[in-house]
Structure formats: structure tokens, C-alpha cells
Design a protein around this ligand. Sequence first.
Ligand code: GDP
Ligand code: GDP
Length: 458
Amino acid sequence: MKPIVAIIGRPNVGKSTLFNRITRKKDALVDNFPGVTRDRHYSDAVWDGVEFTLVDTGGFSDDKEDYFSDVIRWQILEAITDADAVIIVLDGRQGVSPYDRDIIDLLRDISKPVLYGVNKTDSIELEDNLYEFYTLGIKPLYPISAEHGYGVPDFLDSLVKELPRFDTEEKTDIISLAVVGRPNVGKSSLINKIIGEKKLIVSDVPGTTRDAIDSICEYNDKTYLLIDTAGIRRKKKVSNKLEKISIIKSLRSLDRCDVALILIDSEVGVTDQDVKIAGYAYERGCGCIFLLNKWDLIEKDDKTHKKYYEHLRMEAKFLSFAPAMTISALTGLRVPRIFSLVDEVFEQYTTRVTTGKLNSMIERATLKTEPSLHKGKRIKFYYSSQISEKPPTFISFVNYPKAVHFSYKRYLINQIRDEAGLDKTPIRLMFKEKSGRIDFGSKKKNRNQGSKKYKKKK
Ligand code: GDP
Ligand code: GDP
């Protein structure tokens, strides 16, 4: 599990510029997720070998005018409660603003690492601007230029030094479940229902992060871990206007789970926020199940189910593999059934496909439908293998990896789904370059070595 670092600050201080600078470098081997509403406000990053997830909480504000509005205050509180470290960006060109004082006051007593970056310090000459910020009584202050990179390496060195290290979680047979969804969809009702079920044995276990409490429950002789149940059960007293999804909390529980239970309020229908949360789950590579909750409130006829499922599929196309079911957290309708569906998803999620099987699948698929030509040349698939599970992730060596069209990739994924019986799990497929010619590099070296030896002997 990666620590989460939140960037906060007033609008226009350079938060998104800094975010982009830190997260820009991407591993060449990243899967892209077409079809998902991309939220560019969080991303995984790595510095000096330390991985973390960076979240630009300000990026989630729709409210740019009133810049110290309640919304921003809420975001800061979210960062304080849920992040592992906080970056405060200040504007070195504009100098200290009264709002900076407010932000800093909110953060004064927190026990997490807080780093202050005085941004727009584009050169050493501008470091004089820093003195004004010392009047705020905060330190250390880092002069940085998000735009030009000045000071950023030192800043990141300090950041990663301060980040907490999480023990890699034990590998067990326990299936971890995250219950996610917008406020009021029924997350706490569901958790309470599950925990209140007599058939379930429940116990609390401290989670890996500060305030998290997980619950263990057993059902049909299997053990499940419900992630951060305290976080869900503990109702924050926030006004309706301010009820927002805690992005950090969602990311954190999605990072830790095997299967995400994505709750939707059937009465309201699928909203943009629901799709956004489903998108996070998809990007984090979780197994996903949609639970259309509050089904007891829906007037039904024999077409109702179908109508709701179709609506869901249309809104969240990228999660077409995620099974969906209707439930009522209030009455308990089909709540036990969730666990058998979880088992099914988990089994697929942890599947290993043997290399032999995989290669014959890909071979059959490419013979049946050939990829389109790339600049007049054939795209060749040489060799494929599964590099990891949770979710099943495959890599294919091809001559022109970038030329494989998205629709062809989807076709291959669907073939794997069909043939390996993986219809309910996310699957990742990546392409890597392998040149068609045989690489004589190492042989050449051997030959040289050989001739040396030969000379020596002589
Ligand atoms: P945000 O609202 O805090 O996310 O701010 P942005 O990242 O959108 O930046 C606001 C403005 O400040 C943009 O015009 C950026 O080009 C500019 N800016 C950001 N970082 C720097 C910097 O290091 N130096 C200078 N001179 N301008 C910067
Ligand atoms: P959370 O914010 O996602 O944790 O949502 P809650 O569990 O607090 O539920 C919000 C409201 O919806 C509460 O008033 C619940 O009683 C109600 N609710 C939750 N699930 C159901 C359901 O299945 N049926 C009905 N009728 N109401 C529900």
C-alpha cells in the first residue's frame, strides 16, 4: 500500500503544475484506460524508489471564485484526516496572503508531515521572497518552481524521507472488501446489516493506517475483511452541501481491497459521482461488483431489473465485466448473496493462466482476426505471458506495440475472457516491443570472448 500525499493551497498558486511535474514521469509499461472519465487529480508517483499516490485535492473544487470557501476548508480537513502527508503550496511571487494564515492555522497541530513549498521561486535570486513566509512561523520552507523544476528534487527528497512506510500486507486467504459509493447510498447501512447478521461472525481489527478499523467476518466458512468499517460507520457531521466523496479515503480502501462493492442508490439512478468512483475502482485494478441498493423503494414490474441494468451498463461501460445485483441494505434483501458473488469474482481475480494456454489463445485469436497493418507492415505477436494476478495481467511481445489499435486490444482481452472463463474480473493486457529479428548481441560477445581465449592459449 502506498502512502497518500495531498497537495493543498489556494487556487493559482501552482498546485496542478506541481502535481504534473511530480507525476509526469510514467513507466513506459503503463496500461491506459480508455473509456474511463479520467480524473487527472490523483496519480501514482515514485521518487528515489519510494512510491506514493499524489492527490491534488484542490482539483476537486468546482468553486474557483470563493477560494477559501467551505469547500476548500472541507478539502483541507479531508487531507488532514485521511492523507499520510500534506504539501502546502504557497505563492512566492504574490507573497503571504491572509488565506495562507488560515490554511496554516488549520494545519498547525497535525501530527503528519507537512511540507511547505514556496512556489514560483524560479531562480536562486527569488529565494529572498522566502523571508516573508517565515513570519508565518512555519518551517522548513522549500523554495520551488513547479514550472521550471527549480528546488523540486530537494523538496521531493525531503518528502519521501518523511513518508510513513507501510508494511506490505500479509498474504492470506482472506478476501478484502471495500464498500464504496457516494454519501447516502447506504454504505453504513450495508456494513451494519452484514455485521448484524447472525450468520456472520464479526470482529474488529486495526487497519494498516492510523484511524482505520477493519472488520473480519466469516460466512460459509470463508473469511472476509471489510476495510475501514469505522471510517464508514463513523458519521461525520457535515452539512448536506458539504457532503463530498472523500477521494483519499476511497483511493485508500480501493488500494487495499480485492473486490470493491460499489453501491448505487437505485432510487436516484447512476450519477456522475458514481461513475467517478467506479472509475477509481477500475483504475486501481480491483475486482468490482455493483450493488443497486434501496431496491425495496423501487416499484417493480417484470422489466424493472432489465431497465436498471441497462442504464448502469450504459453509464459505466468500462466496467462491463463487473457483475451487478439489486439489494436492500435496509431489509437485507439478497445481502448474503453478495458473498457468493464475491467468491466468484475473487476466484477469477486470482486466476493464473498458463503460458502455453495463453499463447495458443492469442495465436488462435490473431489467426481468426488479424490486426490491421502498421504502415504496410504486419503486426506480429511473438510471445505472451501472465506477469501477475489480482488482477490477471498479461504481457504480449509484439513488433510494434504502439501500433496495436485499442479495438484490437479489446478484441484480444475479450478472447482471453471467453476462453479462460474470466468474465467477471478486470484484465490487463500490455504490449511490449520485441524486434522480429533474432538478437545476436549476446552471441557476439561470446564470440569475442572466445577469440580472446583462443589468442591467450596461443
Ligand atoms: P493551481 O490553481 O494551484 O492548480 O495553479 P496552477 O498550477 O494552475 O498554476 C497557476 C498559474 O501559475 C499558471 O499560470 C502557472 O503557469 C503558474 N505557475 C505555476 N507554477 C509556477 C512556477 O513555478 N513559476 C511561475 N513563474 N509560474 C508558475
Ligand atoms: P452512507 O452515507 O452511504 O453510509 O449511507 P447510509 O447507510 O447512512 O444511508 C443513507 C440513508 O439511506 C439512511 O437514511 C438509510 O436508512 C437509507 N438506506 C440505506 N439503505 C437503504 C435501503 O436499502 N432501503 C431504504 N429504503 N433505505 C436505505
